[in-house]
Design a protein around this ligand. Sequence first.
Ligand code: ACO
Length: 331
Amino acid sequence: MGMIELVKVKARQCVKKIVLPEGDEPRTVQAAVKILQEKIAFPILIGDPKAIKNVATEKGVDITGIEIVNPQDSPKAAEYTNALYELRKAKGVTEEQAKQLVQDPMYYGIMMVKLGDADGLVSGAVHTTGDMLRPALQIIKTKPGIKVVSSSFLLDCPNKSLGHNGLLVYSDCVVVPCPNAEELASIAVSAAETARVLCGIEEPKVALLSFSTKGSAKHELVTKVQEATRIAHELSPDLALDGEMQFDAAIIPEIGASKAKGSPVAGHANVLIFPDLQAGNIGYKITQRIGGAEAFAVLQGLAKPCNDLSRGCSVDDIVATVALTAVQAQG
Ligand code: ACO
């Protein structure tokens, strides 16, 4: 069974409510029908019910049983407005602005998650990463003890000798452009948690990557990764984690054994922490495009799960991301 099929099995064990703010987007409507049919989650579509029904008719799908909420005439709008105003007034948001924001499906969906009317959110078929991420960061905030929200890419590689039966977790590839050492350590701890929850990797092996292995080069960029490794050990003393190390030393057993002798993870790492967003984003795309890996992205470190899609996503990509979000919501 592939990784996403396993995630779907897990999602069905405790079905969660996942809100889709792009409710009248055709792929989203089709995905909601599949999600309900496959019992992966209870999907909630945000938007004008008439427009959503028209899309369903055009696409020839039956949306019976799918909850639709319309911020324009929602009985919850006043409660969400007050809550949003209280959360953001110190940042200069007025009551009138809060009222306007709640009319926006993205903010409405985020408030549903914040107040427990939904367990998670998925968007991005139309909106950019920043459109969802900014309100999620402002309103949902980080989990206790987590310094930054970041992301992991779950890469299912054709070469099953790599990582955990071919599964590698790369982090961070989407959110934090230039993490400092503390932020990098927090990203490493979050990525290990993602590997446990979503990939079923019970004992993640985390490598903090660099162009140096165990002091082979000296540079301030290397020092940052060494410092992050030290902080991550303090944050999570039981985690198998090591750094700094080069990519090949992290994943190839013979190279790990010669360059980082005695390391608990070298040569066998399944969670790879990149030193900044340029390296992480480039790294996952090389693995996907040249290495032929299937790639799935999730955000990590948010107090409640919200995930982003690529605007070129397929119906199945939306279904997969909803399954991942539902499993994150199970905790
Ligand atoms: N973790 C936790 N909180 C954060 C984070 C973070 N990583 N980043 C920002 N915040 C908080 C801030 O503290 C602030 O909170 P406050 O308003 O309560 O004080 C709030 O979020 C907004 O912060 P800003 O700095 O104003 O947000 P910004 O406009 O910089 O946007 C964003 C944040 C969108 C995450 C930005 O860092 C970004 O654009 N990152 C890169 C995204 C991207 O383009 N990725 C690559 C493409 S995606 C792909 O390839 C798959």
